[in-house]
Design a protein around this ligand. Structure first.
Ligand SMILES: Cc1ncc(COP(=O)(O)O)c(C=O)c1O
Length: 447
């Protein structure tokens, strides 16, 4: 095993763990849980406690969590304000549904709406990103009275029928009907696509494919276009400037609405902006959010304009848990923490520090083909050879294993699992970033 650098000091003593062993948990999981669940490491890691940017295994060993529960821990594990808000509400009233009034859902909706540009102010609360995207499609179709949807190749939008239909990665698509009316445009990927970062109007050129698709694959009338603002599961693919601006123009000209999936890119993670779509200088008609919105609680949302929302009032629309008083209390606390602790600015500062460090590692290690991302949503794509860009899938696994051995948890993405993903809690410190870069450097040196 490679010699590990020391983790930065951290003032938190994990509680003694008295539960079942990881072997027993694995056995139970194999017997009683979905056999399709996957585990990252050869020796499965069991996490039983979290604090800030760190998690602890059952033996009290600390790890830097640079994946953040798959881009979900926005303000830090068990942030005291978020925990306190949940505790207070749990002791008062856990559930009643929206057939009665409750202040939390109303006040939280107002608070979330103040974060949105223009007329985006009507909030729908649901339980997951997949559900949010499903609802967004319903809204788009009901509002436009059109059927066809354009999504992007290399996208991930969820695991339910609607999300799977929008997703364009064979790894996540079951061989059952699910993509009715969905057409997938070329991914605006400057590393693999026809137009690279050296092409000044690449955004415009990739957008032309959407126009082409509208003309050839649909009646010319569109319900919606949906895209992640940075493709996360697809390996942190950042679109060229001008891409969404041009696409939105074509989509609206065909009668469609524009949906931004902010499940990974929202809440300040990209550093320069609160919402990922703002990095492309566009304002969508519908925005879906999940993951970081609740810092680990099952909270997700769809935000749209009053005009679009009015169409959805033609029928009853109800959801048992959406906007539950406890999750709304947590969601409101998350918004406050992001603001008070200036986590967006921190995401920019620490993200840029890591990005610069990753660029240095690229010069040193040939395995790194590409470095990309914004703020604390970063990725490095591993290739066997820089010219062919052949995915270095097994090498990626080895780097992740070696990093785990040294106390660093990272994510994986890309169609072939060839991209290492970084999406730590936004409270990451510079010392953590230095630790991360040091560990990666050592891991690459031995792979
Ligand atoms: C961009 C994006 N959209 C939607 C989803 C689906 O969210 P959930 O897993 O909460 O259903 C995900 C999940 O990874 C995602 O990354």
């Amino acid at each position: 095993m490679t010699q590990a650098p020391e983790l930065p000091p951290f003032d938190h003593q994990p509680q003694p763990y008295r539960g079942p062993s990881s072997e027993d948990v694995l056995r139970l999981r194999r017997e009683f849980l979905n056999p399709g669940l996957f585990i990252y490491y050869k020796r499965p890691l069991m996490i039983v406690e979290g604090k800030g940017q760190y998690v602890f295994d059952e033996h009290g060993r600390r790890y830097l969590d640079a994946l953040g529960g798959i881009v979900t821990i926005s303000v830090g594990h068990c942030h005291p304000d978020v925990v306190a808000a949940a505790r207070r509400q749990n002791e008062l009233l856990q559930h009643a549904t929206t057939i009665y009034l409750h202040p939390n859902i109303a006040e939280y909706a107002e608070k979330l709406a103040t974060k949105m540009p223009d007329d985006l102010k009507v909030c729908y609360f649901v339980n997951s990103g997949s559900e949010a995207n499903d609802l967004a499609l319903l809204m788009a179709r009901a509002y436009t009275a059109n059927y066809d949807i354009i999504a992007l190749r290399n996208s991930y939008h969820g695991g339910n029928a609607a999300g799977m239909g929008l997703t364009a990665h064979r790894t996540w698509k079951f061989n059952v009907p699910h993509s009715f009316g969905v057409h997938h445009a070329i991914a605006p990927d400057p590393y693999h696509g026809a137009w690279g970062r050296d092409v000044p109007d690449a955004g415009h050129r990739y957008a032309a494919d959407v126009k082409n698709l509208i003309e050839h694959a649909t009646s010319g009338q569109l319900a919606a276009f949906i895209a992640e603002s940075i493709q996360g599961v697809g390996g942190c693919v950042v679109f060229p400037d001008g891409y969404l601006k041009n696409v939105y123009k074509y989509v609206r000209a065909a009668g469609g609405v524009c949906i931004a999936d902010e499940v990974q890119t929202g809440f300040g993670r990209t550093g320069t902006h609160y919402w990922g779509f703002e990095t492309q200088d566009v304002v969508p008609d519908i925005v879906t959010m999940a993951k970081g919105i609740g810092n680990g609680t099952p909270l997700a949302a769809v935000v749209t304009t009053s005009k679009i929302a009015a169409t959805l009032a033609q029928r009853l629309h109800f959801n048992t848990f959406g906007g539950n008083p406890v999750v709304c209390a947590q969601g409101a606390a998350v918004l406050d923490v992001i603001e008070r602790e200036k986590l967006q600015a921190n995401a920019l500062k620490i993200g840029n520090h890591i990005l610069a460090g990753l660029e240095r590692l690229k010069v040193k290690h040939n395995l790194i083909g590409d470095v990309r991302g914004k703020g604390l949503l970063l990725g490095i794509e591993l290739v066997k050879e820089r010219v062919t860009k052949e995915p270095a899938t097994s090498e990626c696994v080895k780097v992740l294993e070696s990093c785990r051995d040294m106390g660093l948890l990272l994510g994986k993405g890309g169609l072939y699992g060839q991209t290492i993903r970084f999406s730590p809690p936004m409270c990451l410190h510079q010392q953590d970033a230095d630790f991360l870069l040091d560990v990666l450097d050592r891991a690459f040196a031995v792979v």
